[in-house]
Write a protein that binds this ligand. Structure first.
Ligand code: FAD
Length: 413
């Protein structure tokens, strides 16, 4: 058995590494166990709202990530069948330090966080798949790669299929959608066809989320297909789908592609004994609107903050139950309804409803505060940071925004 640490984190994804860094900065000893030989680079989160930039800046990562990625202030909504195209430009809002979104791969966020965490003594062990855990009331023994590791606390940041969650016997409540999403990374000049750097395409057959990924012409095009189609043929079908998005142009180069199941699910609890959950392991949403990692990182850093206080003897362990209740509340009251509404609007088939959606989008376009609302909405994922001494205490300005759950109407007061 290796020496005991305060915390073991399972999963070197973006939430695992940001949580590890936050804990290390709070003085905790942390070990991260990751089953893959390196940080995985699958086509997933790429866009970070100001609510996430607060974390990246506070942890000292933002400047480095701004060098790697790029900033964007525009968001396009396209309804090709109605010939409607709108652009919302983010605006500065008093009290909010950022008026842009950062575009960067989530593997870059995880890697930069890992490098900073390692400098503070966090040990990251790749090729260590966790296969067993035992909580004896004093702490947890974790088996990975044929070895046992010991810690006071265990945090599962091992994604939506979390082994830690399953081993702890925590049910993943909610539902899985019947559709499949296909996320593709592709080199193609989408801006030549009128796309903004981030876009919703609303269409009953060809809904998509399209966003620029880097400064060298790499873009993400994520679309939906029926999950009853055989998984095997999805790569061949990409070309048929591109025909529509790229308006017949063939000068594209596919770099990577991956199919995904979509969920609206959260753990029945995010704390059981000495086992805790954060990120997709704690709650998983469909990616329409980019709220998955946006909410998952806040679950991670709020947990790191309260757990750091428990380890220092400043807080009673019961704060971990409040953490669980609050993060489940944020997921079920804010994240899941908004992502579900975004998904509905993107793929709506009912013509009457589509016309109503168009009216809502037009109203937002004509609202002079639309750019501010777009930014403020994501702050609702911050929720209650649970203790007065928290470093995140002043982070949330979302009480200044009255906004409907779809995020498309509202006002700032
Ligand atoms: C197409 C798509 C686009 C998306 N776009 C956005 C977006 O723009 N904005 C946004 O906020 N969110 C987005 N999301 C959601 C986002 O990708 C996830 O919320 C995010 O990956 C969650 O991070 P995580 O660290 O919790 O888990 P993951 O990134 O899944 O990392 C989990 C890690 O745990 C490891 N692991 C798993 N099991 C074990 C084990 N037994 N032992 C050891 N290690 C293990 C895995 O190898 C992995 O490295 C998108 C998702 C998809 C599918």
């Amino acid at each position: 058995m290796m020496d005991e640490t305060d915390v073991i984190i399972v999963g070197a994804g973006p939430v695992g590494m940001l949580t590890a860094l936050t804990l290390a900065q709070a003085g905790a000893s942390v070990r991260v166990l990751e089953k893959e030989p390196h940080i995985i680079n699958s086509p997933r989160a790429a866009v970070y709202f100001p609510s996430t930039l607060i974390i990246l800046e506070e942890l000292g990562l933002l400047d480095e990530l701004l060098e790697i990625g790029f900033t964007n202030k525009t968001f396009g909504t396209h309804i090709p069948e109605f010939g409607y195209h709108s652009v919302v430009v983010t605006q500065p809002v008093e009290g909010i330090p950022f008026d842009y979104q950062l575009h960067a791969g989530q593997h870059d966020v995880a890697r930069v966080a890992m490098e900073h965490a390692q400098k503070l003594g966090v040990e990251v062990l790749f090729d260590h798949e966790v296969t067993a855990i035992a909580d004896d009331g004093e702490g947890v023994t974790v088996t990975a790669g044929g070895q046992d590791f010991r810690a006071r606390w265990l945090i599962g940041c091992d994604g939506a299929r979390s082994t830690v969650r399953k081993l702890a016997g925590i049910e993943f409540e909610g539902h899985t959608w019947p559709e499949r999403f296909v996320a593709t990374n592709v080199k193609f000049p989408f801006q030549e066809l009128g796309y903004q750097q981030a876009n919703f395409v609303c269409d009953p057959v060809n809904m998509a989320v399209i966003a620029q990924l880097d400064r060298d012409g790499l873009w993400r095009c994520t679309y939906m297909e029926d999950a009853s189609l055989p998984l095997d043929g999805y790569e061949d079908r990409i070309h048929q789908r591109y025909e529509w998005f790229m308006q017949g142009r063939k000068d594209y180069e596919i770099v990577s592609a991956s199919p995904y199941m979509l969920h609206q699910r959260a753990g029945e609890t995010l704390r059981k004994g000495h086992v805790l959950l954060a990120g997709d392991a704690a709650h998983a949403t469909n990616p329409c609107g980019g709220l998955g990692l946006t909410s998952g990182v806040w679950t991670g850093v709020v947990l790191a903050d309260v757990l750091g206080a428990v380890l220092r003897g400043e807080e009673d362990e019961s704060i971990l139950d409040r953490f669980s209740d609050e993060r489940r509340r944020v997921f079920w009251e804010v994240v899941s309804p908004a992502a579900t509404e975004n998904k509905r609007m993107l793929q709506e088939t009912d013509m009457q409803q589509r016309k109503q959606d168009l009216a809502h989008i037009r109203a937002l376009d004509e609202n002079p505060e639309s750019g501010a609302l777009l930014m403020l909405f994501a702050y609702k994922v911050i929720g209650d940071v649970l203790r007065p001494g928290s470093r995140w205490v002043d982070a949330d300005p979302s009480d200044r925004v009255a906004i409907d759950i779809s995020g498309r109407q509202g006002q700032i007061h």
